[in-house]
Ligand binder design. Structure first.
Ligand code: ZN
Length: 84
């Protein structure tokens, strides 16, 4: 981590990361091997890292859609109440 000073303010440069070629996750440049997939086979990487990640994304998409439907419903109710 580098700390430097610009215009009297102290800035901390975030530590540099690189993206792992095997699992696609980021890890610190100063660490020589990826801690996420170290010692895993390609099958294990897919099973333990990629599948849970895509399930989490599905959940996030569903939550987003639910809020969107609630929002549209509220807008429709508001428009109806203004018109009447
Ligand atoms: Zn990795």
């Amino acid at each position: 981590m580098r700390i430097f000073n610009i215009g009297g303010r102290t800035h901390v440069q975030p530590r540099e990361t690189i993206r792992c070629n095997r699992c696609g996750l980021e890890y610190l440049l100063e660490v020589t091997t990826c801690p996420h997939c170290k010692g895993m086979s390609n099958g294990e990487i897919i099973e333990k890292l990629h599948i849970p990640h895509s399930e989490q994304q599905d959940k996030n998409n569903k939550t987003g859609r639910t809020f969107f439907v609630i929002f549209i419903t509220l807008v429709v109710l508001f428009v109806i109440s203004v018109v009447n």
